[in-house]
Design a protein around this ligand. Structure first.
Ligand code: ATP
Length: 503
């Protein structure tokens, strides 16, 4: 697993997807830059989300609100008082950790043990293996699972009561060690606010303390009436937004899973009070379907319904994805009640109500939110699609089998040789396709090497121009996944590519 993750990180760098930020200065911890292919993939994910949410839903509109917001926003939202993580330092290694993550990782190891028992039994019993039956009756699996439950329940309760001494006691009882040094010498647990502060204004006296937004949602809440009135939408309706968010995370080697500057794709759906749980269930399913449509495999997703709810929610679930380091949150679906709008009403003194013509009354709408990290989605796709394959002839290739709709480059146009008019012919095809697709042209290296490079960045099609092309106006079209090659007419290229990459 560790190796898979390392391979993901190095492949992302080697092929121009993700670089450490300000690398010439040795980088900045948990901050990353997207390279030429990463920027394309990220843009494609955004468009795919935006189309599914905004374009295909008559009652959802977009928004692009500012990163800097009036500081009272964060008082009202609860972030100033409660957007904390429990932090613990290791006295020997001087390294900092999130106490809850240390405990969760401990539980993940117990789950690994349970999975190993299951796999062993599966091998032993073969086709006759009844997994559900085994999980329900095997004493070791039951023990591992019960232990996880007890630990997580105790942690949740301690955090809820802000009993940080008990969180530390739990870490000590479980004998959790610094994963790198093995040291068990911990400091006390304390709360750490994750918001980045900054200042607005020139002179020290007039400067105002601001925060970089830790989520995009609040920009939607404070604009609720502006959008509702100008779009003339009736409830239920939604506002969607893609944008940067900033959190001063306590992080340990998680690449783009947990960054200090990241992007969110959020949608707040405003509904009449009392209908929120119906819409919550609906959005849970719709969002899962969105993921499944990408074809990364149903077995890689699961819902995690929250038992412990945030102060603003009356129901919440995560869509978890199987990352190289196990199942982790990819997206959250939350029923946020009227908490945010009511809090902004109180703090601003402005009404944030909706007149419902059917009920003939004014009320503060309830909100169901879907919130997905763009970078986490990137990592989900990238890590799932990166594969080493052994081919029939025994050779190997690395292929990034991204859904064609999201691939950074849709087709690479490759003249077989750099002479005899082949490059000019390739250029004609390039100029013809570039208005519809992101295509590239490559002349360097052998054709085999060029195919491999395109496989490694996930290009669905390679178009090879050879001497016959000049006379019969056909090219060889190679498909990434099957590696099948067929001869097609130049004038058919646009249609064939479009059928595959359109969404
Ligand atoms: P976690 O428990 O992993 O810290 P969270 O519950 O705080 O996440 P939310 O506040 O619900 O996350 O944010 C919604 C989504 O934003 C998450 O599902 C995740 O995809 C993404 N996200 C949150 N924090 C980060 C981060 N530091 N880096 C990248 N993506 C993030």
């Amino acid at each position: 697993q560790e190796d898979v993750f390392k391979k993901v990180v190095s492949h992302a760098k080697e092929y121009g997807f993700i670089f450490p930020s300000s690398e010439i200065y040795d980088g900045l911890s948990a901050v990353y830059d997207y390279g030429q292919n990463g920027a394309e993939l990220k843009n494609n994910i955004k468009q795919y989300w935006w189309k599914a949410m905004v374009q295909l839903n008559e009652n959802i509109v977009g928004l692009d609100s500012a990163i800097l917001m009036h500081p009272t926003t964060w008082k009202a939202s609860g972030h100033v008082d409660a957007f904390n993580d429990p932090l613990i330092d290791n006295k020997d290694s001087k390294k900092r950790f999130r106490a809850d993550v240390l405990i969760e990782d401990y539980c993940a190891k117990l789950e690994d043990k349970a999975q190993k028992e299951i796999e062993k039994a599966e091998k032993r019993f073969g086709d006759a293996f009844d997994k559900a039956q085994f999980e329900a009756t095997n004493p070791r699996v039951i023990e591992y699972r019960e232990k996880q439950k007890t630990i997580l329940a105790r942690m949740a309760k301690s955090l809820e009561n802000n009993d940080l001494a008990d969180v530390k006691a739990l870490i000590e009882e479980l004998e959790i060690a610094d994963p790198d040094t093995g040291s068990k010498n911990w400091t006390d647990v304390r709360q750490f606010n994750l918001m980045f502060g900054t200042k607005l204004g020139a002179s020290a006296e007039s400067a105002m303390d601001l925060y970089l937004r830790p989520e995009t949602a609040q920009g939607i809440f404070v604009n609720f009436l502006n959008v509702q009135k100008t779009s003339r939408h009736k409830l239920p309706f939604g506002i969607a937004q893609i944008g940067k968010a900033f959190r001063n995370e306590i992080v340990a080697r998680q690449f783009i899973f947990r960054m200090r500057e990241f992007e969110q794709m959020e949608m707040q759906f405003f509904v009449p009070p009392g209908t929120e749980l119906k819409f919550y269930e609906e959005w849970k399913q719709k969002r899962l379907n969105w993921h499944l449509a990408l074809g990364l495999g149903q077995e890689n997703y699961k819902f995690h319904d929250h038992e412990k709810l945030a102060h603003y929610a009356n129901a919440a679930a995560d869509i978890e994805f199987k990352f190289p380091f196990g199942f982790k949150e990819l997206e959250g679906i939350h029923s946020r009640t009227d908490f945010d709008l009511s809090a902004h009403e109180q703090h601003s003194g402005r009404k944030l109500q909706y007149f419902d013509p059917e009920r003939n009354e004014n009320y503060v709408p309830y909100v169901v939110e879907t919130s997905i990290g763009l970078d986490r989605m990137f990592l989900a796709l990238f890590s799932n699609c990166l594969k080493d394959e052994v081919l029939e002839d025994g050779s190997e290739r690395t292929v990034l089998s991204l859904p064609p709709a999201l691939a950074p480059v849709k087709a690479a146009i490759l003249p077989l040789v750099k002479k005899d008019g082949l490059p000019e012919f390739a250029e004609k095809i390039f100029n013809d396709l570039k208005y519809d697709f992101n295509v590239i042209s490559e002349e360097k290296d052998s054709i085999g090497k060029r195919y491999r490079r395109q496989d490694a960045i996930g290009t669905p099609f390679c178009i090879t121009v050879d001497h016959d092309s000049l006379t019969d106006n056909t090219v060889t079209l190679r498909e990434r996944d099957t590696m099948k090659q067929e001869r097609v007419k130049v004038e058919d290229l646009r249609r064939i590519i479009d059928e595959k990459v359109n969404f």
